[in-house]
Write a protein that binds this ligand. Structure first.
Ligand code: C5P
Length: 302
């Protein structure tokens, strides 16, 4: 038994925001959101094992872009959980990274949620779901959803979740761009672009929720919306060519994923997704294209 607990691995998904409605800036600098999250089948794996002190390592093609210090959300998750229980965060966290880094797909949030669940199991803490979700919210706005997976509406700064039913499988292609975009910088650009505009209260689209509930790809394509897209395009104008390439190759809809620069393409089936992925790769308008499905389960011990 003790031997089995020498390490724990948690698999945790990426996300796309099928609707990201952004309100005005709040006094605390955050923005009120109506954020419809959908987990997609791209996963990081977070493995924790006992160590003399807190240590983070990372493997995968983009591992060199991942911070290994205490700014890594996985390290912060271990520290927060340990502090709550009055124990030392003596753990080696290894991240096997497959989610694009700084790509608007909640890769950092995924590692935070994964490390939290893995440390909870390694240390035998048996925290309640509510306690884990609370720590997730402290780590970042998207972290609770990384733990939950599936589909959910996030309000407040995105951390207050209501699970949403999904009635089918959706097929996606993600075009991974060269380099990342800073989320705070994209929100700042949103504020700049909306300086003279009265930004309405963010609200979830009923048509979009209905499309998810019934698994209707065509209706979902018509309802996709990301209020951060103009800001991401303003900071990275080249994304327009990527979006256009995917649409020309037969995607039903295209949008920037979260704060970008990853772009997301919804397709009618797996074949169409492969066609769009080939066209995106051949076009040179992105670094790589990934074919995925949704929804995907949340953080899970494997
Ligand atoms: O919560 P998280 O650490 O992911 O947020 C990163 C940054 O994104 C915040 O510092 C803020 O600039 C911006 N943000 C925001 N409103 C939200 C979520 C994030 O302005 N609801």
């Amino acid at each position: 038994m003790e031997e089995q607990m020498r390490s724990v691995t948690v698999r945790v998904p990426a996300k796309v925001n099928v609707q990201l409605a952004v309100g005005g800036a709040r006094p605390d600098g955050f923005h009120d959101l109506a954020n419809v999250f959908l987990a997609v089948s791209l996963f990081d794996e977070v493995t924790v094992s006992p160590s003399d002190g807190l240590r983070v390592t990372c493997s995968g093609p983009d591992a060199d872009q991942v911070p290994l210090d205490r700014t890594n959300l996985a390290a912060r998750a271990a520290e927060l959980l340990a502090a709550r229980h009055g124990i030392a965060p003596d753990v080696h966290i290894h991240i096997a990274k497959d989610i694009p880094v700084a790509g608007g797909m909640a890769g950092g949030s995924a590692d935070g949620a994964g490390a939290l669940l893995a440390c909870d199991a390694l240390w035998g803490l048996n925290s309640s779901r509510a306690a884990l979700l609370e720590i997730c919210a402290e780590l970042g706005s998207d972290v609770p959803f990384s733990l939950a997976g599936g589909a959910a509406l996030g309000v407040g700064r995105g951390e207050q979740l209501t699970e949403l039913p999904v009635g089918g499988t959706f097929h996606w292609v993600f075009a991974v761009a060269d380099g990342g975009l800073s989320t705070p910088a994209v929100y700042r650009e949103f504020d700049r672009l909306n300086e003279d505009v009265r930004v309405p209260e963010p609200a979830a689209s009923q048509a979009l929720l209905q499309a998810l509930r019934t698994g209707d790809t065509t209706a979902l394509a018509a309802a996709l919306a990301n209020d951060l897209q103009p800001a991401a395009l303003s900071l990275r104008p080249s994304l327009a060519a990527t979006l256009e390439t995917g649409m020309e190759a037969g995607a039903l809809a295209a949008l920037v994923s979260g704060s970008g620069p990853t772009t997301a393409f919804l397709t009618k089936d797996e074949d169409a997704a492969q066609t769009v992925a080939r066209a995106l790769t051949a076009s040179g308008t992105c670094r790589t294209a990934r074919v995925t499905t949704s929804p995907a389960p949340g953080a899970t011990v494997v």
